[in-house]
Design a binder for this molecule. Structure first.
Ligand code: ADP
Ligand code: MG
Length: 358
């Protein structure tokens, strides 16, 4: 297990990058704690695999260093870094049995036959393939092969870190949940440093202690699920996390007052006079539909999603989402909205602005 330091790291797939746009991974500096479970979350193409492959050593960064427990491993091979990595699509030896596939990483490192037998049995149970251990991998489904890949990734207890790159893509939904739970319990049991790449927020939020949100080659926030929900540091995080995501509303701000299309909105913090692209971020959970005062909206649609309703409305021509209680009736007279002032976040050019207590 290791603490992972990303020092001044950046990567471009071009030999002579000219501008920031040429970098798949923009400069970053972070320390990832030993033994923590991280999820790397972001949409397709934002640089998740690039970062993961730099950490594992499959890719050499065009700039910066990677350190494991303070030791520079930038030029070390994957094997020397002592890392296990599981990919999106199965990597198995078709001619070998499931058992031999699982045993392979242990054999390679010279573990005793007795230990191998016991550990393979354990992992076989963990991935739900005890009954198939003596089958050859060749005849198995893609789903089963991916479970073997996962098992191979988890079989060694002595790795510095376990890296997963969207490993459950080909797995059916029920098994997905089960395997994710297994990974989590594995983490609790052994305390490995784990990095789990996904574009699925539910997967990220249920698996990780800390979620690393990436957007356009940049790490925009590292936080607990709660921090990402309450204080998104970038509008993308607000929008990407939550369902529906945070509402982002263009405004002007002066002191403790925001103005949206001529209507004033009270803030509970002071911000001075802000310039640039100023926006308010408010989650649908903290918007209330009323009949009296507030910003004018037109309700377009009400969706019943079980424990609550999602009200889709329009605010000055832009969609705004409101969460209402399951039992709340939505009347046609409700054409105003109010915000919980303590839940309003203020953004300038997409980045969170911290206010001063008013
Ligand atoms: P993600 O895993 O988040 O989907 P990637 O790290 O695979 O994103 O890709 C980040 C960016 O780098 C994308 O724009 C992608 O097209 C580009 N890219 C990825 N791999 C290569 C490569 N081998 N050569 C050139 N460009 C690449
Ligand atoms: Mg990827």
């Amino acid at each position: 297990m290791a603490k992972i330091t990303l020092d001044n790291l950046a990567h471009s797939y071009y030999p002579n990058p000219k501008s920031e746009d040429d970098f798949a991974l923009k400069e970053l500096n972070h320390v990832w704690a030993d033994g923590e479970a991280y999820a790397l979350l972001g949409s397709s193409g934002c640089g998740k695999s690039t970062l993961l492959n730099i950490i594992s050593g499959l890719l050499h960064p065009s700039q910066g260093r990677i350190l494991f427990d303070g030791v520079d491993v930038t030029n070390a091979s994957t094997a020397d870094r002592n890392i296990a990595q599981v990919f999106q699509f199965p990597v198995v030896y078709d001619t070998m049995t499931v058992r031999a596939n699982l045993a392979f990483p242990l054999k390679n490192r010279g573990a005793s036959p007795q230990y191998i037998a016991q550990r393979v049995q354990e992992i076989g149970a963990m991935i739900g393939m005890e009954a198939e251990l003596d089958k050859r991998a060749r005849g198995l489904t893609a789903d089963a092969k991916q479970k073997i890949s996962l098992g191979r990734g988890m079989v060694r207890e002595d790795v510095n870190a376990l890296l997963f790159d969207e490993p459950l893509t080909v797995i059916d939904p029920h098994m997905k949940w089960e395997l994710r739970t297994q990974l989590k319990s594995l983490h609790h049991e052994f305390g490995h440093t784990m990095i789990y790449v996904t574009h699925d927020q539910t997967e990220a939020l249920t698996f990780a202690d800390k979620v690393v949100v990436m957007y356009d080659g940049r790490v925009v926030q590292i936080g607990t699920p709660e921090e990402l929900f309450n204080k998104p540091e970038h509008t993308f995080v607000g929008y990407f996390i939550g369902s529906p995501g945070m509402n982002v509303i263009p405004a002007t701000v002066s002191g403790t007052t925001a103005t949206v299309h001529g209507t004033q909105v009270q803030l509970d913090q002071g911000y001075g006079d802000l310039s640039g692209k100023v926006e308010l971020g408010i989650r649908p959970e903290f918007v209330t539909l009323t009949e009296t005062d507030g910003l004018p909206v037109q309700v377009r649609r009400v969706e019943d999603v079980g424990r609550h309703k999602i009200v889709r409305a329009e605010l000055f021509g832009k969609e705004i989402n409101i969460l209402a209680e399951e039992g709340q009736s939505i009347s046609p007279d409700m054409n105003r909205i109010a915000f919980d002032p303590s839940r309003i976040n203020v953004y300038v050019n997409d980045w969170l602005k911290t206010g001063k207590a008013a």
